[in-house]
Design a protein around this ligand. Structure first.
Ligand SMILES: CCCCC/C=C\C/C=C\C/C=C\C/C=C\CCCC(=O)SCCNC(=O)CCNC(=O)[C@H](O)C(C)(C)COP(=O)(O)OP(=O)(O)OC[C@H]1O[C@@H](n2cnc3c(N)ncnc32)[C@H](O)[C@@H]1OP(=O)(O)O
Length: 259
C-alpha cells in the first residue's frame, strides 16, 4: 500500500484523506498501521419494510393535483400542461405519498396509509410548504416535464431553495423519465448539476428532462430547470441511470395505472 501517514490509496490510485486515530499512550508521531485494503462486498439494496396490510377503504390519494397551497401561477401552469394531455401527446403521472402506492396491486387493494416510508418529495404534509409538483410524461416515453412550486420548507440560503432540494427535483424528473424509458426499475448512478441561478422560495419552475442515450442497461439523461416563462435557466444537469431487476425499486410509470 502506498501513501503516507494519514492517507491511503484506493484501487483507482486516488489518495484519500484518512481520519487520524489516536490510541491512549501511543506517541502521536508513531504511524498507526492502516489495514490493507480489502474490497468489501456491496451492501444489499435497502428493502422496503412495509408490509401490505389491506385493511380499510382508504385508497392512496393522488397528490399531483391542485390544492390550497398552490399559487395562482402554479395553477395556471398546471392547467396549461393539462391541456397538452387532451390530444395524448403528454400524460400526467399520478403521484402518491409512498413509492409503494404506485404499484398497481396496492392501488387495487386499498391499504391503510399509516406511518411508514414516504417518498422524499412527499414527506411534508402541509400544503404548499414543501415540494408541490406534478410530472407529465411525453407519449414517446423519453421526455418528462415536472411543474414544481418550491415551498418555504426547502430553504437553503435565506429566501432561496436549498441546492439539495433542486437536486431532488432533478433526480425525480430524470428518474421518472428513466423509469419510463427502461420500462422497468432503474436507479441513479450519477447525477451532475450546474446551479446557474438561485431559485427563490415560492417560485414555480419547470424541469424538462429527456433521454439522450440508451445503451443496454445505461440510460443517459439531461435536464434543465427554468422559470415558467423560460427566461431564467436555474440549473442544468446530466444523469446516468442503470436498469435494475430489483422489485423494491420504483416501478416504471408505464406500470402505473391512471385512476
Ligand atoms: C414521481 C412519480 C413517478 C411515477 C413512477 C411510478 C412510480 C415511481 C414511484 C416513485 C418514484 C419516485 C421518484 C422517481 C424515480 C426515481 C428518482 C430517484 C432515484 C434514486 O434516488 S435511486 C437512489 C440513489 N441511487 C442509488 O442508491 C444507487 C446505488 N448504486 C447501485 O445500486 C449500483 O451501483 C447500480 C445499481 C447503480 C449499478 O450496479 P449494478 O451492479 O447493477 O451494475 P454495475 O456496477 O455492473 O454497472 C453497470 C454498468 O454501469 C456503469 N456504471 C455504474 N455506475 C456508474 C457510475 N456511477 N458512473 C459511470 N458508470 C457507471 C458500470 O461501469 C457498468 O458499465 P459497463 O457495463 O460498460 O461495464
Amino acid at each position: 500500500m502506498g501513501g503516507g501517514r494519514g492517507r491511503r490509496s484506493n484501487p483507482a490510485g486516488d489518495s484519500i484523506p484518512q481520519l487520524c486515530h489516536r490510541t491512549p499512550g501511543v506517541p502521536i508521531d508513531v504511524p498507526v498501521p492502516t489495514p490493507p485494503h480489502v474490497p468489501q462486498p456491496r451492501p444489499p439494496r435497502p428493502h422496503c419494510c412495509v408490509s401490505l396490510q389491506a385493511s380499510c377503504s382508504v385508497s392512496p390519494q393522488d397528490l399531483a393535483v391542485p390544492n390550497a397551497g398552490w399559487s395562482a401561477a402554479m395553477c395556471e401552469q398546471y392547467q396549461r400542461l393539462l391541456r397538452c394531455t387532451t390530444n395524448g401527446s403528454w400524460r400526467r403521472i399520478p403521484s402518491y405519498r409512498r413509492g409503494l402506492d404506485h404499484l398497481p396491486e396496492v392501488l387495487q387493494m386499498t391499504v391503510d396509509p399509516g406511518p411508514g416510508p414516504r417518498l422524499f418529495l412527499r414527506n411534508v404534509d402541509a400544503e404548499g410548504a414543501g415540494f408541490e409538483y406534478a410530472i407529465f410524461l411525453h407519449a414517446s416515453g423519453r421526455r418528462t416535464r415536472c411543474l414544481c412550486q418550491v415551498g418555504p420548507y426547502l430553504e437553503g440560503h435565506q429566501g432561496f431553495a436549498h441546492g439539495g432540494a433542486i437536486a431532488t427535483l432533478v433526480d425525480t424528473t430524470v428518474g421518472t423519465c428513466a423509469l419510463a424509458a427502461a420500462k422497468m426499475s432503474a436507479m441513479t448512478a450519477k447525477l451532475s448539476i450546474s446551479y446557474l441561478a438561485p431559485v427563490p422560495l415560492g417560485a414555480v419552475v419547470v424541469a424538462d428532462s429527456r433521454v439522450e442515450q440508451h445503451e443496454g442497461r445505461k440510460i443517459f439523461l439531461s435536464c434543465q430547470v427554468c422559470d415558467t416563462q423560460r427566461d431564467t435557466l436555474y440549473a442544468e444537469a446530466t444523469a446516468l441511470f442503470i436498469q435494475v431487476e430489483d422489485n423494491n425499486s420504483p416501478p416504471s410509470p408505464a406500470a402505473c395505472p391512471q385512476r
